[in-house]
Design a protein around this ligand. Structure first.
Ligand SMILES: Nc1ncnc2c1ncn2[C@@H]1O[C@H](COP(=O)(O)OP(=O)(O)OP(=O)(O)O)[C@@H](O)[C@H]1O
Ligand SMILES: [Mg+2]
Length: 305
């Protein structure tokens, strides 16, 4: 790994040997609507995000995904319980800037996240606010834009970019803060298929090559097929947790989770409904073809010669 600011920030976490990047202990959150009315958005959540992980968070509308995500960088504070970022308690105001630097947030609407009119000014905004020296800002901006293949657009007006490009600039802005972790709350929900793919490719690259921990909230199962771990939320609690391989079979059956399922999982689910014993581990078209070929063999007693 090269000795660049982006790389140094991440390796320092690894050198420190921190085994828990984010630790959530007995977290409950209530929104207060009025003196009498509260909404219990999260109830007794315990979870850990490890350095370098790619974690997907799924769940139906209103299950508490965004509320949970906003606790990861102290945009919301626990009503009960604790959230620690590399051991720093988010409820302690002294830790706020340190935590916001370590955990970057990316939201679904890039228009609401881009602040400056020109791409490079937008990416520089965060480090400028931290008082980073100008020469280092320039280097961070260049590297961050290069990471998301937007360096050629540095002088462009942000308003003239496509949705996918805007979201990549928003990710570059978060990267320029040298975060350990990015928390992305449905970052692709406003993008077309090509834009979604673009953004996903960069998230995986940043995770693999720089070791930046990724927490991705999505309704699209396809986006987290390659995640290390999935957390499924339901009714303000964590309902399931495991690797994609562990969970995909059962997720395909859980229609109430309102997931946008990849066609292969949808097909597997429909075939099971009509009585075909499709194994739960099938995730790709190739695996489906192999299964169907084998299944046809068992039905007709072997392939014709
Ligand atoms: N600012 C708020 N004030 C009051 N209640 C809120 C607020 N934000 C969320 N809620 C409520 O908290 C619960 C959890 O909402 P949250 O937005 O965290 O869910 P979500 O899983 O992100 O949903 P979605 O998939 O629609 O984004 C819901 O009942 C929601 O109505
Ligand atoms: Mg949400």
């Amino acid at each position: 790994m090269s000795n660049t600011p982006l790389a140094v920030a991440v390796t320092s976490t690894q050198i420190l040997g921190v085994s828990k990047l984010i630790e959530v202990i007995g977290l409950s959150h209530q929104y207060r609507l009025s003196n009498r009315e509260t909404v219990h958005a999260l109830e007794g959540i315990d979870l850990t995000i490890k350095p370098g992980e790619f974690v997907g968070i799924l769940g139906p509308n209103g299950s508490g995904k965004s509320t949970l995500a906003r606790h990861f960088n102290a945009l919301l504070l626990p009503t009960q319980g604790k959230v620690l970022v590399e051991g720093l308690d988010t409820s302690d105001i002294k830790n706020l800037w340190e935590i916001r630097q370590r955990v970057g947030m990316v939201f679904s609407n890039p228009d609401n996240q881009l602040i400056a009119p020109i791409v490079e000014e937008d990416v520089a905004f965060g480090p400028e606010n931290l008082g980073v020296p100008p020469a280092e800002i320039r280097s961070r901006v260049d590297q961050s834009l290069e990471r998301v293949s937007m360096l050629a657009y540095r002088q462009r007006s942000t308003s003239r970019l496509s949705g996918g490009q805007k979201q990549r600039v928003a990710i570059a802005g978060a990267l320029a803060m040298l975060p350990r972790c990015l928390v992305l709350d449905e970052p692709t929900s406003m993008l077309d298929h090509a834009g979604r793919r673009e953004v996903l490719v960069f998230l995986h690259q940043l995770n693999r090559e720089l070791g930046i921990t990724m927490v991705l909230i999505t309704h699209h199962l396809e986006e987290i097929m390659d995640a290390d771990r999935l957390i499924v939320m339901e009714g303000g609690r964590t309902a399931m947790e495991g690797t994609p391989a562990d969970l995909f079979g059962s997720l395909a059956e859980f229609r109430h989770l309102e997931l946008d399922r990849p066609p292969i999982l949808e097909m597997a689910s429909r075939l099971r409904e009509i009585g075909m014993p499709v194994p739960t581990g099938i995730r790709t078209a190739g695996e489906m073809v192999d299964f169907l070929a084998g299944y046809a063999d068992t039905r007709v007693g072997g392939r014709p010669q």
